[in-house]
Write a protein that binds this ligand. Structure first.
Ligand SMILES: Nc1nc2c(c(=O)[nH]1)N[C@H]1C(S)=C(S)[C@@H](COP(=O)(O)O)O[C@H]1N2
Ligand SMILES: [Mo]
Length: 358
C-alpha cells in the first residue's frame, strides 16, 4: 500500500502550491496555524481558537531571546492527538516513524519527532507547547510560537508558526532477514558514509548510561557511543543558504527485522535535544556484549518505554524532512485549503487506528 503514498504527496504539493499561489503574507494578528499531513482530521487554529482549546493549557518558564519568559499555550502533543495522526495497526509502534515539521511564516523549518513528543516515550516531562502568550500578555502583534523547553538552544522555537505537517518517514518498511546484526551503515546526508562494526564503536569515546527495564523495572547499565556525536563526526550535509538547515534533518534507524524509527536529528544533538548525552549506540550492558539485541542497539536512557531503542541496528540514514509546499493560510485561501487537504488524506488510503504503545 505504500506505493500510493508518493504520488499522493506530489499531488498534494501541487494542489497546495496552486492554492497558496497569489496569496500575500498575513500579519501576525490574522495569522493562523494549519495542522495537516498524515492526519485524519486536519485542523486550523487562530491564536483565539487555540486559547479556547482549554484542555492541556500550560504555562512554562523559559529563556527567550530577551531573557526569562513565561509562555502560555496549548500542548503540542494534545494538538496532534486531536488531529489524529494516522497509524497502521499492522506496523509495530508505527507512531514512532512519524515526525512533525514546524514551519514559520518566513519558511523557517524545524523537525520534532512524534517519539520525542509522545508521553509514552520521550515526552514525559517536557511540555512542548504552542504558545500564544508571553509574560501573561497577549501582544496582538505576536503570532504563535512553538516552544521546546527541553532543548538547550532555542533554535527549534519556531516563531510566527503557520503550519505543523505530520510526515511518515517509513520508506515502505524494508523486508529484512532478522537475526543478530554485526554492523550497521551510516548513509544519506553525511560527508563520510560508512559501515560501523564493534571494533569501530569500541575505538570511540565510551559513555555509560542506566535505563529502567522490564516490569518490575530494574536498572540496567549500558555502554556505547553518543549517537549525536557519531552523526556529527560523519559530517552532516546542510545547505548554507538555509538558516539552521540542520533542524530540518531526520534520522531513520532500521533494525535487522525491519523495525524502523524516525528521529529529528536535532533531538540527538547535545546543542539541542540531548544536552546530557542520554541517547547512545550501545554495544554492551551489565552482562557483557548484547547477544540477541545485536552487536549494537540504540538506547534512549530517559524514555518511559523502550520502543525507540532499535536493537540489531543495521542502518542509520540522515535525510531532509519531506514536506509539501507550506500553505500560507489567509481567510480566503484557508476555506479552499482544508477540503483539499482532506481529499489528499483520503487518497492516501491509510487505516485510522488507535495508537497501541508497546
Ligand atoms: N529491531 C527491533 N528493535 C526493537 C524492537 C523491535 O521489535 N525490533 N522493539 C522495541 C521495543 S517496543 C522495546 S520495548 C525494546 C525492548 O527491548 P528491551 O527488552 O531491552 O527493553 O526494544 C525496541 N527495539
Ligand atoms: Mo516496547
Amino acid at each position: 500500500m505504500y506505493h500510493f503514498r508518493m504520488p499522493a504527496l506530489r499531488a498534494g504539493a501541487v494542489a497546495v502550491g496552486i492554492l497558496a499561489a497569489g496569496t500575500i503574507s498575513a500579519s501576525a494578528a490574522t495569522m493562523s496555524l494549519s495542522v495537516y499531513g498524515d492526519v485524519a482530521n486536519p485542523m486550523q487554529y487562530s491564536a483565539q481558537s487555540l486559547r479556547a482549546f482549554d484542555e492541556e493549557i500550560r504555562t512554562l518558564d523559559a529563556v527567550g531571546h530577551h531573557g526569562p519568559v513565561t509562555y502560555t499555550g496549548a500542548s503540542l502533543w494534545s494538538l496532534l492527538d486531536r488531529a489524529q495522526v494516522r497509524t497502521d495497526p499492522d506496523v509495530k509502534n508505527d507512531i514512532l516513524s512519524k515526525y512533525v515539521v514546524a514551519r514559520g511564516q518566513d519558511g523557517y523549518r524545524a523537525v520534532v519527532s512524534m517519539g520525542e513528543l509522545d508521553p509514552g516515550y520521550g515526552g514525559k516531562d517536557t511540555p512542548q507547547i504552542i504558545a500564544y502568550e508571553r509574560n501573561q500578555e497577549s501582544g496582538s502583534e505576536e503570532g504563535l510560537t512553538l516552544v521546546l523547553p527541553g532543548d538547550a538552544a532555542r533554535s527549534r522555537n519556531v516563531s510566527d508558526l503557520v503550519s505543523l505537517e505530520v510526515v511518515d518517514a517509513a520508506l515502505g518498511k524494508p523486508d529484512l532477514p532478522g537475526g543478530r546484526s554485526e554492523s550497521f551503515t551510516l548513509s544519506g546526508a553525511v560527508e563520510i558514509s560508512g559501515t560501523y562494526d564493534l571494533e569501530a564503536l569500541e575505538a570511540r569515546d565510551a559513555l555509560t548510561r542506566e535505563r529502567r527495564k522490564g516490569d518490575p523495572a530494574v536498572a540496567v547499565s549500558y555502554t556505547g557511543v553518543h549517537l549525536g556525536d557519531l552523526l556529527t563526526d560523519a559530517g552532516i550535509v546542510t545547505d548554507p543558504d538555509v538558516k539552521n538547515d540542520i533542524l530540518s534533518k531526520v534520522v531513520v534507524a532500521t533494525g535487522n527485522d525491519g523495525y524502523q524509527i524516525a528521529y529529528a536529528l536535532a533531538e540527538l544533538l547535545p546543542r539541542y535535544g540531548d544536552p546530557q548525552k542520554d541517547k547512545l549506540v550501545a554495544y554492551s550492558d551489565d552482562a557483557g556484549l548484547l547477544g540477541d539485541d545485536g552487536f549494537a542497539r540504540l538506547l534512549f536512557a530517559e524514555d518511559v518505554r523502550g520502543g525507540r531503542g532499535v536493537s540489531n541496528l543495521v542502518s542509520l540514514e540522515v535525510s531532509d524532512a519531506v514536506t509539501t509546499v507550506a500553505p500560507v493560510p489567509l481567510p480566503g485561501s484557508a476555506a479552499l485549503l482544508l477540503p483539499a487537504l482532506g481529499a489528499i488524506a483520503m487518497l492516501r488510503r491509510r487505516k485510522k487506528a488507535a495508537h497501541p504503545k508497546i
